[in-house]
Write a protein of this length. Sequence first.
Length: 263
Amino acid sequence: MSFKFSPSSCRSRFLGAALATLSLLSGAPVLADDAAVDQAKAIVAKADEIRFPRDGFQVIIDISSVSAGEPAEDRKYRILSKGNENTIVQTLEPATDKGQAMLMRGRDLWVFMPNVSQPVRLSLAQRLTGQVANGDLARANFAGDYEPKIIRTDTIDGEKMHVLELTAVDRGVTYAKVLYWVRQSNNWPYKAEFYSLSDRLLKVCRYDKFKDLGGRVRPTQLVMEDALKKGEVSTLRYSQMAAKDLPDRVFTKQYMDKLNRVD
């Protein structure tokens, strides 16, 4: 039996082998990418749990905002939150705004005012006071709102930090992009930079004064600085965090009138 050499057959075998090799080679990076994504998601989720409990809780937040040449503006809020998806923000001070409250369900946000019959829909990105957006108080859920990616490791004051790029899952979240520094040793958040849709740096947040709060060590102070206007800073101080049974019926429009009767 004679063997007939076929150039086309040879090319087919070579192409098939090449494709098989590329398939194997391309498979390894895919697995590595999957592992990196899982690691990034785990880091962000653990940092979220350090910032706030996963179960129902309440906390008091005092906010002091300063602007160049202006007296400080002080405000106080009570936060009732459950599972990062349901939150009520009650205004306690100043007295002129007492009784106002925001209700968040998922990424839907409404404000209730004592003398207005119907709630008003709000954006999470809308400014609440000073450098603080509505979403900074109502929805602190980086794990649910962003797709994370580890982009590098930084060393700051001798501590190694994961630096993650968080990309918004949709336009309904508070910021389009976040650069997030998290300590490698314990997953404590260190700093965040918040960016607009056009990739413009809006503000920088530092997580400070880690103390026991609500049963574990957490940052009890956040300092938010305007990246566009020097000297405009808001300082958020957290206190009186406690576990609280919050049934789902609390986070409804019908239940808001009862909760708005603050002491």
